[in-house]
Design a protein around this ligand. Structure first.
Ligand code: IFM
Length: 773
């Protein structure tokens, strides 16, 4: 009951019971999109407790001064109200004789098959299909087949465009024109209140009986924020009526609609709608499936050879969502922590991009990675604003970001504090500052793996230098003559207002070191570029500062037992028995017993902190130090952030503990797609899904970029007999095929040799190399 993995080998994740108590799970995990828009998979018919969301990437709006900007929940086009022989279709009444909803990862279609007996006993078969086109970014297609199982029937169907949607009560839109074109295309306009973005929706019904197109006359209804059509159709016994509802969404934020006035945008949208209607559901699905294949499944598939098909399903599921959530079409947009799948985190972008999502695209689709980093470069004005507002220099990136010039958008107040009864203050927007170094690291990682000099010249050097400038101004002189970073939140968000968080300090030092290195290199070999950046950032004055500060920044060192203090006080805090929380069913259970203030004063961590530093700065720490810190911190880590498990999985593999790594992989892989029905209500976990790919490729595949060099040190789990995947490296596409015995690396581009190491030996591949392990 619940999630069904029996068709995993056929690329299908399914649910086999209608579960009205857990609607959020499949709404999120079966959401459909293409990076431009995303539709949550709320059922066509209304259910109490549903969360029906449609988001268009980048269309942020701030409802009022008391709220932060968020992705507005646009008008709904998915709901269908059905009456079967006059009885309202609802799975909460009558009897559900059979039920199955399947997400087909290969083509992005969901198909829900229901046999329903109405309360009066009459039975019907309904098949609801739906997809968002990967080929046409604006298109959403629905299809419904209705077959009466006990004689002829009458179907009443009503649907259209509903602008009464909101985000937790905040209505982001004013209502514009409503119109019916040619008696069939319904059009609805809405405009965001503060950001003034026009949305143009079109939707059109069409009908066929046993495949033969049928003209049906609808009755048009226009109500407050609603346009819909109502149809009544007689279905003879033994016949099947198929209803198609094709919809499109365009907005004035679309790059290719810049400069168009509303009337022109409406015309453009209507033309797009007519073109889609001329093709129809099946042809549109076929072209979308082709686009999925070209982009992902034939291009960068990851294949896991294992007896249990769940692992293969999990990595495909992760790849599916990575393309659903990523606005690859527009470098003014980035990936939300919940993708585009729910209202959680308001569509905002976090460090999750650089630490988790970006590496996937660096190695799988470098042009998308570049777009994500260009977003950071385009966001520099907001980062300057934030730094200046805090009396720092340079670029201080927002902890949460939205539109490129918004700057910091982290909400200030969060969940209830169980002790004070007040909302808990969210300090991340003020003092979770490591994000600035994480952004610089992302730009550097992209450059190291791609060699994209054009990006570096336009954006990358500036990002690294400007963030280096921030850190130099952020360091605080201590009485010990060292430079400290006081009063921060590190990656472990269970510790607030800490001094010298190791991750933050090491990453800040890394950032300054890179800035100094690049500044010197540019001065020596790229005088024109240096000149331009010097004028912008003041490099001449910064260089001696960076040099001095780098020599004095305080970097917490391993103690005698090799444990590095996570921050100045962590190791002195009281230990409590964490068994209950380590065995919890649902994350965050510690907040049922303690408030944030109390948790801050215990040796308990939310997520990987020092351990993620070991992945980023791998060469700076010995294997013994890594092991000692794992042994100290992991037992104190509750993995209450979905980002935690994949980091632990990769490190466990690095430490040679393959069984532990595999069990952590299974837990990480299950976060969204797994059987727990409560994991994903507010949306899927973008970083964690990318973390599944990292666990496979960086973990078991042993792939790493170490100071610009490619390393492939595989160690497959016993449960797998083989693994193969693709990697882009400096313009060459590699096909990596791994077994327990050997690694075969084929250079598919073959226009230049690629150098890499396996188990410490260097190889160069321009065609194919096989390395015995
Ligand atoms: O960025 C993360 C953070 O590390 C933990 N809390 C959730 C955020 C968004 O995923």
């Amino acid at each position: 009951m619940g999630m069904d993995y029996s068709r995993a080998a056929d690329w299908i994740v399914a649910e086999n019971t209608f579960d009205p108590e857990h609607l959020g799970k499949c709404e999120s995990v079966m959401c459909q999109g293409n990076g431009y828009l995303c539709l949550r998979n709320a059922t066509d018919e209304f259910n109490p407790g549903e969360q029906r969301d449609l988001f268009v990437a980048g269309t942020f709006n701030k409802f009022d001064d008391n709220e932060v900007t968020e992705l507005p929940n646009a008008a709904d086009i998915s709901r269908l109200d059905l009456r079967l022989d006059g009885v309202r279709f609802s799975l909460l009444t009558g009897k559900v004789e059979s039920y199955d909803r399947a997400l087909h990862l290969k083509n992005g279609e969901t198909v829900r098959r229901v046999v329903w007996a109405a309360p009066n006993g009459k039975r019907y078969q309904l098949v609801f299909s739906r997809f968002v086109s990967m080929e046409r970014l604006h298109l959403i297609a629905q299809k419904l087949s209705v077959t009466p199982l006990d004689g002829a029937m009458t179907l009443d169907i009503a649907g259209g465009i509903n602008g009464q949607m909101n985000n937790g009560g905040s209505q982001h839109f004013s209502e514009g024109d409503k119109r019916l074109f040619e008696g069939r295309h319904m059009q609805y306009i809405q405009t965001t209140g503060q950001s003034n973005i026009d949305f143009v929706f079109n939707t059109t019904f069409s009908f066929a009986m046993d495949g033969v197109p049928q003209e049906e006359k609808g009755f048009i209804v226009m109500d407050r924020r609603i346009i819909k059509q109502e149809y009544q159709v007689a279905i003879p016994a033994g016949k099947t009526l198929t209803v198609q509802k094709l919809s499109t969404v365009y907005t004035s934020r679309d790059r290719d609609s810049e400069g168009l006035d509303l009337a022109a945008l409406q015309n453009k949208a209507l033309a797009g709608q007519e073109e889609a209607c001329a093709l129809g559901y099946d042809a549109l699905l076929a072209e979308s499936a082709k686009a999925w294949a070209a982009k992902v499944w034939d291009n960068v598939p990851v294949t896991i050879h294992a007896a249990d098909p769940f692992d293969q399903l999990a990595i495909r599921f992760a790849q599916y969502h990575l393309y659903v959530m990523t606005p690859a079409h527009d470098n003014r947009m980035n990936v939300g922590a919940k993708g585009l799948s729910g209202e959680g985190y308001k569509g905002h972008t976090f460090w999750d991009t650089e630490m988790f999502v970006l590496p996937y695209f660096i190695y799988s689709a470098p042009e998308i990675a570049r777009s994500l980093e260009e977003y950071r470069w385009l966001s520099l004005p907001g980062a300057h604003k934030k730094a200046a507002g805090n009396h720092y220099e340079g670029a201080q990136f927002p902890w949460e970001s939205a539109w490129i010039d918004d700057g910091e958008v982290t909400p200030v107040w969060g969940a209830a504090d169980i002790v004070t009864g007040l909302p808990t203050k969210i300090w991340s927007g003020f003092i979770e500052q490591h994000i600035t170094a994480d952004v610089a690291y992302g730009a550097w990682e992209y450059y190291q793996a791609t060699g994209d000099q054009d990006f570096m010249d336009r954006c990358g050097y500036e990002l690294i230098l400007d963030t280096g400038k921030f850190w130099a101004s952020r360091l605080e002189e201590g009485q010990d003559g060292k430079l400290h970073i006081n009063d921060v939140v590190g990656p472990d968000e269970y510790k607030e207002h800490v001094d010298d968080n190791a991750f933050t300090n090491y990453m800040a030092a890394w950032n300054i070191r890179k800035a100094l290195e690049y500044s010197r290199m540019l001065k020596a070999s790229r005088p024109d570029l240096y000149q331009a950046l010097d004028t912008k950032l003041g490099l001449t004055a910064l260089e001696p500062q960076w040099e001095d500060k780098l020599s004095r920044i305080y970097l917490p060192q391993p103690r005698e037992d090799l444990v590095i203090p996570q921050d100045r006080t962590y190791l002195t805090l009281k230990d409590i028995d964490l068994t209950k929380y380590k065995n919890q069913q649902n994350v965050g259970s510690i907040y049922r017993d303690y408030n944030q203030e109390q948790i801050t004063h215990m040796q308990v961590s939310k997520q990987a902190d020092i351990l993620i530093m070991f992945l980023l700065l791998e060469d700076e720490f010995s294997a013994e130090v890594k092991r000692a810190n794992w042994s100290y911190y992991e037992p104190r880590t509750l993995h209450d952030s979905s980002l935690s498990l994949s980091t632990h999985c990769i490190l466990a593999n690095d430490m040679g503990n393959r069984d532990l790594a595999y069990s952590l992989f299974r837990s990480a892989a299950a976060i969204d797609v797994g059987p727990n029905m409560k994991t994903s209500d507010a949306g899927i976990h973008a970083g964690s899904l990318a973390g599944i790919w990292q666990s496979v490729v960086f973990g078991f595949g042993g792939v790493r970029m170490l100071d610009g060099k490619l390393r492939i040190d595989p160690a497959l789990p016993d449960a797998w007999t083989g693994l193969d995947f693709f990697l882009h490296w400096h313009g060459q596409k590699l096909h990596v095929t791994l077994t327990h015995q050997a690694a075969e690396i084929q250079n598919l581009t073959a226009t230049a040799p690629v150098t890499f190491t396996v188990r410490g030996t260097e190889y160069h591949v321009q065609d194919t190399i096989r390395v015995e392990l």
